[in-house]
Write a protein that binds this ligand. Structure first.
Ligand code: SF4
Ligand code: SF4
Length: 139
């Protein structure tokens, strides 16, 4: 993201904020930007938007910027941020909801198509590997 300045936008996208809250099951406005999630994130150095900024931008309804960010695909779902948040916000679930929204919106089509794998190989693959590969690519 080029413009990392976060601004309060009078015409903010409340529908997007509500959607993220609904999918993730998290109360975004509980975040008071302490930064503990980002401080403990092992992938922070590779992110264009830090986890605490993701939460802030979700509060502000910044759909376009969030769904275009590299960070939502860089997150490895290690749950460190969840365990560090003093407000008990599950940031990993928030990020997962953004990945889901991007996929549902057709913004990425490079995920695994399970039907392109032969039935023999499919039978050998661990289900967790195929499901996670269908949901996101981490490279
Ligand atoms: S740790 Fe929790 S309260 Fe602190 S910035 Fe992250 S999401 Fe917000
Ligand atoms: S779950 Fe994702 S955002 Fe949270 S600490 Fe792990 S890599 Fe970072």
């Amino acid at each position: 993201m080029n413009d990392t300045t976060l601004r309060f936008l009078p015409g903010k996208n409340n529908a997007f904020t509500a959607k993220v809250e609904k999918i993730s099951g998290q109360k975004l406005l509980a975040c008071y930007q302490c930064g503990k999630c980002s401080a403990g994130c092992p992938m922070a150095a590779y992110m264009d938007i830090l986890p605490n900024q993701i939460v802030r931008m979700a509060q502000l309804g910044m759909e376009k910027q969030l769904l275009a960010s590299r960070s939502i695909w860089t997150c490895v779902s290690c749950l460190t941020c969840n365990s560090r948040c003093p407000k008990d916000i599950k940031i990993a679930e928030v990020i997962e909801s953004l990945r889901e929204t991007a996929l549902r919106n057709g913004l990425r089509n490079d995920r695994l198509n399970i039907w392109e794998i032969s039935p023999e190989v499919r039978a050998d693959l661990p289900p967790i590997a195929t499901i996670s590969a269908m949901r996101k690519l981490t490279s």
